[in-house]
Design a protein around this ligand. Structure first.
Ligand code: NAD
Ligand code: UDP
Length: 390
């Protein structure tokens, strides 16, 4: 497995200990899997929640997993737990994934969102800086906000010019809406923590890498309301649409589903993170867009494609009316706003790490919806058939 592995410059890769905060989430679970299966590194997995990495942790005393001595789970809340500094001191590299990062929370729980994405990340940055530990911090593509192009007249030919919409780490501005549009509380908190990390690098020599994920999707993303998450919860779009498909309900298109997104398969994106982990000389001091510019669709097109793919993997015919329109106010409440278009510029990650995404949108939806169907279809059937208590 591990011996003889070399970095992009041909140097042998030494085993390290990684303190991964937020390891129990969607991205964390895939990164843990990758590190344990394909590298010699050790993981100190920190989270308040561990269900998504349960399969990687040793059932007590069984001795059955090949990596059992390379992962420890520490159930703790980084908001208020004094064990955090000790864990950071034990590690060579800290990866911070912990965040509130579902849009339904940004306008309805703006304080929690700002605390989680800025205040709670402060001690992590401080302990890394004080103890000279390398930090890979997860930010977001949402930091770019809206594109310059969306402010041009609808019929302006400049709207077709990539200079007005492609998002570049070292060039594009961050354009958010007014304060009363609380959607931007998340992006703004992430922007400030990015600036703080950058400043720690400039003034105190912190070795850092900032990752800006562009809609990473795949198995284990979020939850299915009423099955493994709250019935009234609103996850991100992949899980919302999966839930609708599983329940044979129309998919809800917010404000006409006209916003555009580029989706990247989680397994492709994890390859990029592994390159960052194992090539510090190429990754330190960098901010990386990680996305798939070739997989752009409107949300409406995503809904149509997911309907088609789900019909194929479940062998159930699509509904006669597969989508319905809802207003953002009805769906998310007051203060919602949206990013119009998100195409990542790939120059920096290409130059530094030679990384490119591989998986087409159709293929990634096929494997993800196969997983959703296999994991949830039975549970949904049971939930639907239960008599409602009165
Ligand atoms: P996720 O919600 O699945 O994972 C976050 C994890 O952090 C959860 O398991 C949660 O329990 C944990 N966590 C939150 N607060 C904590 C605390 N105080 N103490 C301990 N653990 C805590 O989200 P994800 O999709 O895996 O995203 C990970 C990171 O990537 C986040 O910082 C997010 O902002 C960023 N990101 C992800 C995407 C994407 O496409 N998935 C896009 C943009 C940004
Ligand atoms: N969306 C939608 N229906 C849903 C859930 C989301 O139309 O059931 C839209 C949402 O308004 C946004 C896009 O899908 O335009 C992507 O939403 P997501 O929650 O995945 O997060 P974002 O990409 O905005 O960070």
């Amino acid at each position: 497995m591990a011996s003889g592995r070399v970095d992009l410059d041909g140097n042998p890769i030494k085993p390290i200990t990684i303190c991964m905060i937020g390891a129990g989430g969607f991205i964390g679970s895939h990164l843990c899997e990758k590190l344990l299966a394909e590298t010699p590194h050790k993981v100190l997995a920190v989270d308040v929640y561990g269900d998504k990495i349960k399969h990687l942790l040793e059932p007590s005393g069984s001795g059955s997993l090949p990596w059992s001595d390379r992962i420890q789970f520490h159930r703790l809340n980084i908001k208020n737990d004094p064990r955090l500094e000790g864990l950071i001191k034990m590690a060579d590299l800290i990866i911070n994934l912990a965040a509130i990062c579902t849009p339904a929370d940004y306008n309805t729980r703006p304080l929690d969102t700002i605390y989680s994405n800025f205040i709670d990340a402060l001690p992590v940055v401080k302990y890394c800086s004080e103890n000279s530990k390398r930090l890979i911090h997860f930010s977001t593509c949402e930091i770019y906000g809206k594109t310059i192009g969306c402010f041009l007249p609808k019929d302006s030919p400049l709207r077709q010019d990539p200079a007005y919409f492609v998002l570049k780490e070292d060039d594009s501005p961050c354009i958010f809406g007014p304060i009363e549009k609380q959607r931007w509380s998340y992006a703004c908190a992430k922007q400030l923590i990015e600036r703080l990390i950058y400043a720690e690098g400039a003034e105190n020599g912190l070795e850092f890498t900032i990752v800006r994920p562009f809609n990473w999707i795949g198995p284990r993303m979020d939850f299915i309301p009423g099955i493994d998450g709250p019935s009234e919860g609103v996850p991100r779009v992949l899980a919302c649409f999966s839930n609708n498909l599983l329940r044979r309900e129309p998919l809800k298109l917010v404000d006409g589903g006209q916003s555009q997104r580029t989706f990247v398969y989680i397994k492709d994106a994890i390859e990029a993170v592994l390159l960052m982990i194992e090539n510090p000389a190429r990754a330190n001091g960098q901010i990386f867009n990680v996305g798939n510019p070739n997989n752009e669709v409107t949300v409406r097109q995503l809904a149509e494609m997911m309907t088609q793919v789900y019909s194929k993997v479940s062998a159930e015919p699509p509904l006669d009316t597969p989508t319905i329109d809802v207003s953002s106010k009805e769906f998310y409440g007051e203060g919602y706003d949206d990013s119009d278009k998100r195409i990542p510029d790939m120059t920096i990650i290409n130059r530094q790490l030679g990384w490119n995404p591989k998986t087409s949108l159709w293929d990634l939806l096929e494997s993800t919806l196969t997983y959703q169907h296999r994991t949830y279809a039975e549970a949904i059937k049971k939930a639907i058939s239960k008599p409602v208590a009165n």
